[in-house]
Design a protein around this ligand. Structure first.
Ligand code: SAH
Ligand code: SF4
Length: 380
């Protein structure tokens, strides 16, 4: 049996130095070669080492023999009437099985946001979330997290091409952003709770933020959490990316039901961690996500309490119309209730607080992600 080929997507700079040293790259070249290979993988989108013309034929051949940059299999790619795209990706696993993961791309005129998954399933089981109905199967590896971005960039032809500073200068097919990168923003808002997979998410995001890696600025990378307080502190200390909090309720008794992790980290503790998040200002605010559930959390009292709770925190509020999924008993608040709720927020200084629903026709909207067959024995 041939040994498994080690995929280098998601390998940190330090790990790559070791890999290169192990195939005989001299110590004094390790820094340069690491930077070059990062550049080829993430900025130029190389899928073969033979494309890496700056690293020399011998090293290309050695790497080609021992390592890979293979992407996951794209099981399906769906495009919504509104231009949202959803990929179902299949990742082979060391034990011979494979797992499936969903990734969603949301284009707007001035940006393209990729919604990336961090786990297969989720152990938190928030009562209104489709992903939460799926058993927690696995933490994604840094490579599996970053491969989602590379698949999107492959599919959208979003790499720097030789001689050009930015792919944004290419003519854009309709529906894609007309300026800047097609994938200009990353949000860790797909399947799973990123702070329950902190080490892998951290390794992936450090490569996403690395100038020789994907090169995203910190304000274009957002991590969303349902409220794992120690993880919020670590995110602030070690990543400093933009933060989103799935708040969804303003009272502990209700939040205990909607977002069960609240029983461990109640609202007061969660908001304290938010207040301590480094670098907050009017230009760098925390996003609070609030799903609108008819008759559950959508009263004017809730709106008033929300404003009161967030008073001292530089914050944005995103009201998310509830997206239904098979088997749920929740209903989305009606349009006039959402409008009244939003009006109260608006009067208190929160601009455009309603998040447009995107990709609903392909089950790509918030909370609708779930892989139907999360684990597949190889060979099927
Ligand atoms: N686990 C993390 C990341 C997922 S982000 C978190 O919970 O923050 C996905 C966002 O969509 C979260 O704010 C989640 O609460 C919200 N969501 C889940 N199910 C939803 C649904 N059916 N309709 C609208 N939003 C939903
Ligand atoms: Fe998990 Fe987030 Fe869904 Fe809750 S809302 S079940 S934490 S993915």
């Amino acid at each position: 049996m041939t040994p498994p080929v080690h995929n280098l997507i998601g390998v940190s700079r330090g790990q790559l130095r070791h890999v290169l040293a192990s195939v005989g790259v001299p110590e004094k070249q390790l820094g340069l070669r690491t930077r070059q290979i990062f550049h080829w993988i993430y900025i130029r989108g190389a899928t073969r080492f033979s494309q890496m013309t700056s690293i020399g034929k011998d090293l290309q051949t050695t790497l080609e023999k021992n390592f890979s940059l293979a992407r996951p299999e794209i099981v399906t790619e769906q495009i919504s009437v509104d231009g949202t795209r959803k990929w179902l990706l299949r990742f082979p696993q060391d034990d011979g099985q494979s797992v499936e993961v969903e990734t969603v791309y949301i284009p707007e005129s001035d940006r393209g946001t990729l919604c990336v998954s961090s786990q297969v399933g989720c152990s938190f089981h928030c009562s209104f979330c489709y992903t939460g109905t799926q058993k927690m199967m696995k933490n994604l590896t840094p490579g599996e997290i970053l491969a989602q971005v590379l698949v999107a960039r492959d599919s959208l032809a979003d790499y720097q091409i030789e001689g050009s500073a930015d792919s944004g200068s290419l003519a854009s097919p309709s529906g894609l952003p007309t300026t800047g990168r097609r994938v200009s923003n990353v949000v860790m808002m797909g399947m799973g709770e990123p702070l329950l997979n902190f080490e892998n998410v951290k390794q992936a995001l450090l490569i996403a933020l690395d100038d020789d890696g994907l090169g995203f600025s910190r304000r274009r990378v957002t991590l969303s959490t349902s409220g794992v307080v120690p993880g919020i502190h670590r995110t602030g200390d070690e990543l400093k990316v933009a933060l989103a909090i799935s708040l969804h309720a303003v009272r502990d008794d209700l939040r205990d039901i909607l977002v069960p992790v609240n029983r461990k980290y109640p609202i007061a503790q969660l908001l304290d961690a938010c207040r301590q998040y480094p670098g907050l200002s009017n230009a760098r605010r925390i996003t609070f996500e609030y799903v609108m559930l008819a008759g559950i959390n959508d009263s004017m009292d809730d709106a008033r309490e929300l404003v009161r709770l967030l008073k001292e925190i530089p914050s944005k509020i995103n009201l998310i119309p509830f997206n239904p999924w098979p088997g749920t008993s929740y209903k989305c608040s009606d349009a006039s209730t959402i409008a009244a709720f939003a009006r109260h927020l608006h009067q208190n200084g929160y601009s455009s607080p309603i998040r447009a629903t995107r990709g609903q026709d392909i089950m790509a909207a918030c909370g609708q992600l779930k892989s139907e067959t999360p684990v597949i024995p190889l060979g099927k």
